[in-house]
Design a protein around this ligand. Sequence first.
Ligand code: HEM
Length: 208
Amino acid sequence: MPAKDVVTPFVADAVPSILQRLRSETRDAHSAIEKTLALTDKTLTPGAYRQVLESFYGFYKPVEDVIGAAADTMPVWLDVAARRKTFLLEVDLQRLCPQGGHALPLCKALPPLRNVAQRLGCLYVLEGATLGGVLISRHIRENLGVFPETGGSFFHGYGPSTGAMWNDFRAGLLSFASVAPHEEALVIETARATFETLRHWCERGKDR
Ligand code: HEM
């Protein structure tokens, strides 16, 4: 008897969204920077915490300057000015080290930020850092006695608005990917490059 035709229902593989891809394709880079910074270790010292702030300042400042200068090229849903965080690093460093004032080194080997896709990939990393910031903020409060008002404003970030700011950013990324699907790979590539360049910069900072 001839075998019966088996009609296998066609199930399309679910295509991962840009958000799922960003998370999964940068997971290793996220773990690596988390390990380098060691900000939630029990052994975190005030000096090591300040060193991270100094390194972050040297990275965020030039990156935010480049993105800020290109703000009018960015999608309308993204309020570049409202997402700037360099000033929080300045405030924290001033509070922790009022006698400081010396010019901190600025990173020159930035991730590529030539176009909107690259700038969004980079911002994905800087915005996502506010999520870890919630845990870091609690850790430095409990272990170093540093509060948002006493040197912990950067990791306090958007405070109670952190979830909403993140969700708005994610919704914007989805809309960008829907109108420019060919740019998705570039966003992800730049997110990876951002994690890596920041991690290298912070590693060098430990030797300064
Ligand atoms: C050093 C300690 C860090 C810890 C403990 C930490 C922890 C976390 C946690 C718990 C989340 C998930 C939050 C959620 O899904 O609600 C998260 C997400 C994220 N973090 Fe971190 N983080 C750290 C550092 C960083 C840094 C330095 C960056 C970037 C500069 C970063 C970038 C991101 C990004 C982009 C996401 C979003 C992942 C996604 O697409 O869902 N994190 N982090």
